[in-house]
Design a protein around this ligand. Structure first.
Ligand SMILES: Nc1nc2c(c(=O)[nH]1)N[C@H]1C(S)=C(S)[C@@H](COP(=O)(O)O)O[C@H]1N2
Ligand SMILES: [Mo]
Length: 335
């Protein structure tokens, strides 16, 4: 098979042969891409039946001290972006086409390798520049606010996209709990580091643990959520159980999975893909069809389950809601 390296669209530079072939197929024509996707996801993947999120929340210990926070009013120009009537990606696709390098660099293999990943008990330490640092267990977090449905577009930097009905609530509600100090300018996130439970952490494909970061105003934006479910069910392991970040206007890799630490910090924190390749992955990583990846165009995308490519939208279609956060910034420099 003849694959031009210029056609490869993948986040990794050093691929094994199997991934090389798949990546090559993926970077090919729209027909080829659809074909490759269908072939990789032929029946046999199986359905996931996670427990209903509502049942998990009902089961959370009611005697605990965490009282739910009332939803503050959110500007209607923002709440209208909480959903979209675009066709939602099938659950089978959301759960069998995954980037989660702690398990595998092969998207089609992650679901199988992550099966049985133990997420109970699960603690999330919220610490750093705040008045009330503490370790929350998952039940504490689920109780902070009733899960809302957020139907967001997700655009991976590799050039594919989905429409995912997440369940979760704005990260700001968790951060308010710990009372950030005024010198907290950024928020740093860390994934679990456990080679036994996340076997591909034995490889050196990335620096472990996976880390990510946001500017404080990005973290506090109502569109930024902590997700604990998809389609009303608990997050399956392959999608970042039990808790992951979703920032719909940024490339998918900013959406760090299986979070165990959230730290309020003063300086821009390190981010895994930026460490791996600073020339290709910046701190901001806002979806931007006008700023190409050095190895491929970002002008269009393959919506999974759809025929042909569609145009990529500025800030992934959330420009009205978040454009103001970057007013006056050179988006080619701060990519
Ligand atoms: N810890 C961790 N988080 C991660 C990743 C990863 O490899 N490890 N992959 C990222 C990338 S590249 C993407 S596109 C999304 C994919 O999320 P999904 O598999 O639920 O669609 O998760 C992001 N979060
Ligand atoms: Mo990605």
């Amino acid at each position: 098979m003849n694959i031009k390296s210029s056609e490869i669209t993948t986040e990794t530079n050093y691929l094994n042969r199997r991934n090389f072939i798949r990546a090559g197929l993926f970077g090919a024509s729209m027909l080829g891409t659809t074909w490759a996707y269908r072939k990789l996801n032929s029946p046999g993947g199986g359905e996931v039946t996670q427990p209903l999120l509502a049942d998990l929340i009902a089961a959370a210990d009611v005697s605990a001290t965490t009282t739910p926070v009332a939803s503050g009013p959110v500007d209607p120009s923002i709440t209208k972006a909480f959903t979209t009537d675009e066709k939602q990606t099938e659950l089978k696709d959301i759960t069998h086409y995954n980037n989660f390098y702690e398990f595998s660099t092969d998207k089609a293999e992650v679901a199988d390798l992550a099966k049985g990943f133990v997420t109970k008990p699960w603690g999330v330490s919220v610490e750093g520049l705040c008045k009330k640092p503490r370790v929350f267990d998952l039940d504490d977090i689920l109780r902070i606010s009733p899960p809302e449905e957020r139907v967001y577009r997700m655009r991976c930097v590799e050039g594919w996209s989905m429409v995912i009905p997440w369940n979760g609530f704005s990260l700001s509600k968790l951060l308010e709990r710990v009372e950030p100090q005024s010198d907290a300018k950024y928020v740093a996130f860390t994934t679990l580091f456990d080679k036994k439970r996340m076997p591909n952490q034995k490889s050196s494909v990335l620096d472990w643990p996976y880390v990510e970061g946001l500017r404080m105003d990005e973290a506090m934006h109502p569109l930024t959520i902590l997700a604990s479910g998809i389609y009303g069910r608990a997050l399956p392991p392959q999608d970042g159980a039990p808790l992951r970040l979703v920032i719909p206007w940024k490339y998918g890799f900013k959406g760090i999975k299986s979070i165990v630490k959230i730290e309020l910090v003063e300086k821009e924190p390190p981010c895994t893909w930026n460490i791996a390749n600073p020339g290709e992955y910046g701190f901001y990583s806002n979806v931007n069809p006008k700023v190409d990846h050095p190895r491929w165009s970002q002008a269009t995308e393959q919506r999974i389950g759809e025929f042909g490519r569609r145009d990529t939208l500025m800030f992934n279609g959330y420009a009205e809601q978040v454009g103001g956060l970057y007013a006056g910034m050179d988006l080619k420099k701060y990519f």
